[in-house]
Design a protein around this ligand. Structure first.
Ligand SMILES: [Zn+2]
Ligand SMILES: [Zn+2]
Length: 578
């Protein structure tokens, strides 16, 4: 079937299935108002306004009715109506959301299209498949709350998610993947391992790290600091709020205001930083720079705030406050290639350390870009050349760069082959211009430095979310918040346990003790559920021989060893990032 072959075709099938779902919902339930129902990345959804909450049993009923609609093979019929005709039609049906959508269309739009199938009519641009009978494989997945137009000031609607594919086998494969993803959901694992919480009381999209989550974050941040220092970056720290005038100067106020939060101090307007660049510009400008000072690499674990609509917030993956491993490199045009190569190497190193494959994309000059042809050529060829020099395969997204410069994006691939944006290297021609950055060249003249914004892991929150799902919470030893747990068989071993615990703690091993008067099997099961890499069971034999018998979380027992040898084992794993 032609519709299966392309991504676009699949979108059309899925969107058509959303219409069928809306019809089924209206056929079964009375007084349901329909809002919008687009195809999305992995399927489709439709938002409904209905007095009662849809239950899993309701979804089954809806699916059954959808199958009847599909079997009836109703044609999708398109009609053009004048704006007024369409308004009258949807008003009569009581479809207030459709009326609002039509009213909000730009004035110059005089005609709209509607699609009908089997007595159901929807406002829609199309296109659709010819008839409902062409839908082969679909499944309704779940119901979630969604504010009308994604705005929490509006009414909360019910969003039914579903997915569809051209063939049954593809659907089955996807449902398996979904099942696997559910098991790995970082929000659930985060709760089970007591890593973090998101509290309605504190606010949506704001992460509260519990002790174990804070340990994980600190391990990552310590790694970042060490690796950046090794590579000639200087650590800097900027303020959380900066005067609005500065955001005007940088262009953020004009281009990024919607995503920013603002506050006021003694009558002065301040913007809470959504990016870390500005302080770094001011550090560069704090003195006259010579070509001999370059490159300068300012690194900050910079916490930023960005407004995201409530509807798109998702655990650690999409938040309103996050910390980036952000750096700005200022260099001469001649240094650009080696600087980019070094960042590409850094990303490659980081991905290997954390256990991810990745893909690379180069985005080039868009229309309506700023900067001279010469600048763009220089930057694009520097990015391209650096990838070639490092022997990297990459895709090119022609015209997909930012208006202020080209970029390289790195997408990591997790255990389920899902892709996540992590590192970016972005050339920027505007900020050096707007801040009038300069250096004195070998010729004694003033020159403009080239600027790179770059992140390696990206937002730490998001990276942690990906890590949790990638490892299903069973982190490698070096990342595990708790590396070993001491388990006594009876109270008799407690003094020995205390002694071992002290040695481990003093050696910097993250250990916990479980000396409770519980059955050993119970304690082991609990430690296993906590995904602790090593369980150190201590019975009379261990006490007598002053040894440890480690049991790994996969159930495998290691040979008994001395406490010192166990410390050396953990230290070795940490050194090797295992
Ligand atoms: Zn449609
Ligand atoms: Zn920046």
């Amino acid at each position: 079937m032609a519709y299966s072959s392309s991504r676009e075709g699949l979108q059309i099938i899925r969107h058509s299935t959303a219409h069928v779902m809306a019809q089924a919902v209206q056929d079964i339930f009375k007084d349901v108002r329909i809002a919008i129902g687009p195809a999305i990345e992995d399927g489709f959804y439709y938002d409904f306004d209905y007095a009662k909450s849809f239950t899993p049993e309701d979804l089954e009923k809806i699916e059954a009715r959808m199958k009847e609609i599909i079997a009836a093979d109703y044609p999708f019929q398109r009609r053009e109506l004048s704006r007024d005709e369409a308004l009258a039609l949807f008003r009569e049906k009581g479809e207030v959301y459709k009326v609002e959508l039509i009213n909000d269309l730009p004035e110059e739009v005089t005609e709209v299209s509607i699609y009908s199938q089997g007595g159901y009519t929807d406002l829609c641009r199309g296109p659709h498949i010819p008839s409902t009978g062409m839908i082969r494989a679909f499944k309704l997945l779940n119901v979630a709350g969604a504010y009308w137009r994604g705005d929490e000031r509006n009414k909360m609607l019910q969003r039914i998610y579903g997915t569809g594919f051209a063939a049954k086998e593809e659907l089955d494969e996807y449902l398996n993947l979904l099942e696997e993803a559910k098991k790995r959901d970082h929000r659930r694992i985060g709760r089970e391992l007591d890593l973090f919480q998101i509290s309605e009381e504190a606010g949506a999209g704001l992460i509260i790290y519990h002790p174990k989550g804070a340990i994980l974050r600190n391990i990552i941040e310590d790694w970042e600091k060490k690796e950046h220092q090794k590579r000639g970056y200087e650590m800097v720290i900027g303020p959380q709020i900066l005067k609005v005038d500065l955001w005007k100067k940088s262009g953020h106020f004009d281009h990024y205001r919607e995503n920013m939060y603002f506050t006021e101090v003694e009558g002065n307007a301040y913007g809470i930083k959504p990016m870390n660049c500005l302080s770094h510009m001011l550090i560069y400008k704090s003195r006259i720079r010579s070509y001999r000072d370059l490159p300068l690499r300012y690194f900050e674990l910079g916490t930023v705030h960005r407004h995201e609509k409530t509807g798109v917030l998702h655990g650690l993956l999409r938040v309103r406050q996050f910390t980036q491993d952000d750096a700005h490199i200022l260099c001469t045009p001649e240094q650009l290639n080696s600087e980019i190569r070094a960042v590409v190497d850094f990303v490659d190193y980081a991905m290997k350390i954390f256990g991810f494959d990745y893909e690379v994309e180069l985005s080039t000059r868009p229309e309506n870009s700023i900067g001279s042809d010469r600048d763009w050529e220089l930057a694009e060829s520097a990015l391209r050349q650096a990838l070639n020099d490092n022997g990297m395969a990459y895709d090119v997204n022609e015209g997909d760069g930012a208006f202020y410069g080209p970029k390289i994006d790195f997408k990591l691939k997790d255990a389920l082959k899902r892709k996540w944006q992590c590192a970016t290297i972005q050339c920027d021609f505007t900020l050096p211009e707007r801040f009038d950055l300069a250096y004195i060249g070998a010729d004694g003249e003033k020159h403009r430095p080239v600027m790179l914004h770059r992140v390696i892991l990206g937002a730490i929150e998001r990276f942690m979310g990906v890590l949790i799902e990638h490892y299903t919470g069973a982190f490698p030893v070096w990342l595990s918040p708790v590396q070993a747990v001491l388990l006594t068989v009876t109270d008799k071993q407690i003094p020995y346990g205390e002694k071992v615990f002290k040695v481990l703690a003093e050696s910097g091993i993250r250990a916990e003790k479980d000396f409770r008067n519980e059955k050993l099997g119970y304690k082991i099961r609990e430690a296993q559920a906590q995904k602790i890499p090593y369980m150190l069971v201590m019975g009379d034999r261990e006490v007598e021989t002053e040894r440890l018998s480690p049991r790994r979380r996969d159930g495998k027992n290691l040979d008994a060893l001395s406490v010192g040898a166990f410390v050396a084992l953990i230290e070795d794993k940490c050194r090797k990032h295992e």
